[in-house]
Every structure is written in C-alpha cells, then in structure tokens.
Design a binder for this molecule. Structure first.
Ligand code: XMP
Length: 320
C-alpha cells in the first residue's frame, strides 16, 4: 500500500529529527498500538530504543512469549521484560472492588515502569501509541457528561512524572491504519489483527473473588481453549472481543460416577465497531457445545460453562 509506505518513511524521518541521538523508552503491552510504535521507532533509531514489557501476571496464555519472540528474537529490539506477577498479586491481595483493582494495577504499573527506566539509566523520550481517536476523545469529553462507568487504565501520568518528552508517531492514525502500518512493518498477523485486551487484564475477568495464582491459571486455560476453538472455526476476525470470565460460584456436577463441586465460567464474545456499543456474537449451538465439553474435560476445577448473551448497553463488554 503506497500510502502506508509513504507514511512509514515520513514518520521515520520525523522520529529521527525529534530524537536526535537521545534515548527512547517504550512500554510494550503486546497490543497493536504499542507493538507498531516499537517496530516503527526501532526502524528509525535502532538501539537508541529500549522497550519495557511489564508482565503483571494478568496476561493470557502465551502472550509474553509471543512478545519476546517477535521483538527480541525477530526484530532484535532491546527488550526488558519484568516479572512483576507476584508484586501485582501482593498489591491486589483480597481486593474485589473493580475500580480499586484498576487503580492499584495502574499505580503499580507506573512504579514498576519507572524503576525499570531508572535501571536502564533513564531516557529522554517516552514513545507511546496514542491514536487519533485518543487525541479527539480527550478534547471532546470535557464538554460531555461526567459519568465514569469504568476508569480505563493506561500509562497516563507517566511522562509528567518522569520528565520525558513524548514520541507519538501514531497521533494522526485511526486503528485500521495502525494495523495496515503494522503489516507494512512486518509484524505478524496474530499481533496486528488482535482483539483489544484491557490493561488490567485477567484481573477484571475474575469478579467477586480474591485474585490468586490458581484462579488466574484456571482462567488462562479456559480462555486459551475458547480462543483456540474460535480461531479454528475461522470466527476470530468476525468477533470484536472474546474471552472467558471465572465466576465466584461453585456448582454441583457429575463426573463419571462421582459428584463434582467446581467453579463455573462464563464465555463472552461480542461484535462492535468501537467498543461503545456491542452485540453478543450468535455462535451456533454446536460450536458452544464443543467448547463447553473441551473446557470441562480439560480444565480441572471447572464443571459448568455458560454463554453471556447481554448486549451493550445495558451490559458492558467486560464483567467489571
Ligand atoms: P466495557 O467493559 O467498558 O469495555 O464495555 C469497552 C472496551 O474497553 C476495554 N476496557 C478496558 N481497557 N483498561 C483498558 O485498557 C480498562 O480498565 C478497561 N476496561 C474495559 C474493554 O476490554 C473493551 O474493549
């Protein structure tokens, strides 16, 4: 696509002009925006860029491995991964309130990121995947109604605290254009075409119960089976977001000759164009039955599977 090729070349010139021989740090989340920023900035300034991936222990199965494979092994980017799972679990211990979880995760994320930035000797610039809709939203929201449904966690506040200038090469782009740029830069389709994933990760998909390593493991296994089935049915790209929720309830079941008393999960999948409204995805029942069977047979500790048919509004996409 000639437009993207031209954008890429111009963006690289601009990044070089802005950064000079300064050092740049970039927080990688595994999502589309930060991945594209990292690949683009790396192409512009090579080893002057260091990426930091904070593994908060709330990621899906395989996510960290994929980031390491793509950025460290394939792109040869300086990548620091931080094993912060135990720290986050410690900070979140006993917390079940959705907003408090978000705030704790956001604050802990900033602390960990700052410490890593210090450890690598500081940086002059922070590269961020701010998109055009983010730029517009932060302006137009001021006049709007001030009802916060959910506070969204991102790394806002970092640049001020760390006294770094921002490098935001995606500020003029919409999401589709960012995806096209990612393809142009050679990022894998699994990264470029990925469903959105919330910053607080699996923490907001384990409602009403304390977060534990065991609960996270259970949910990760369920989620991986669900996504694998969605991909192999060829449905991934027709869906805006699909995920599992680990419910805070045990139910009775029969396994062979024995009674089981295990946890229930809910599966969610929605179509949407911007996340503001959404409809539940109309899977056929054969598909749902197959997924439910696999989950119950393969994930010890889960004996019931439900499918969430709530649209947004009145529901939200996430359960908390
Ligand atoms: P809701 O649940 O509000 O979600 O309908 C709309 C979109 O936002 C995502 N989401 C979040 N993303 N931090 C994020 O980065 C958050 O705290 C958060 N909460 C919801 C959600 O996954 C969906 O794409």
């Amino acid at each position: 696509d000639w437009t993207m090729a031209a954008f890429r070349a111009e963006a690289i010139d601009r990044i070089r002009a802005q950064v000079g021989d300064g050092k740049v740090i970039c927080g990688l989340s595994g999502g589309v925006d930060s991945s594209v920023v990292a690949a683009l900035v790396h192409e512009a300034i090579g080893s002057q860029l260091t990426c930091v991936f904070v593994d908060h222990g709330l990621l899906r199965q395989g996510e960290r491995d994929e980031v390491e494979q793509v950025f460290r092994d394939r792109f040869n980017i300086n990548l620091v991964t931080v094993d912060a799972g135990p720290l986050f679990l410690d900070k979140l211990a006993g917390e079940t309130d959705p907003e408090k979880k978000r705030k704790t995760i956001g604050a802990t994320f900033i602390d960990v990121f700052e410490e890593e930035a210090r450890r690598i000797g500081g940086a002059d610039f922070l590269a961020q995947g701010t998109l055009y809709p983010d730029v517009i939203e932060s302006v137009s929201f001021h006049g709007g109604p001030s009802v916060t449904i959910k506070s969204h966690h991102n790394v806002g506040g970092l640049p001020e605290r760390m006294n770094m200038a921002l490098v935001e090469p995606l500020r003029e782009l919409f999401k589709d254009e960012v995806r096209a740029l990612g393809r142009e830069l050679g990022l894998p389709e699994t990264m470029v075409g990925r469903h959105p994933f919330p910053g607080p990760g699996l923490a907001i998909r384990i409602p009403g119960q304390p977060l534990t390593a065991e609960a996270l493991d259970l949910l990760r296994k369920v989620d991986a089976i669900y996504l694998e089935e969605i991909r192999s049915a060829g449905l991934y790209d027709a869906i805006w977001q699909a995920f599992a929720v680990l419910l805070p309830v045990r139910t009775v079941g029969v396994m062979g000759d024995a009674r089981s008393y295990d946890q229930a999960v809910a599966l969610r999948a929605v179509t949407s164009s911007d996340g503001m409204t959404a409809d539940y995805f109309p899977f056929d029942h054969t598909f749902l039955g197959r997924v439910a069977n696999r989950i119950i047979n393969e994930v010890k500790g889960v004996n019931r599977v439900t499918y969430d048919i709530t649209s947004k509004p009145p529901g939200t996409i996430e359960w908390e």
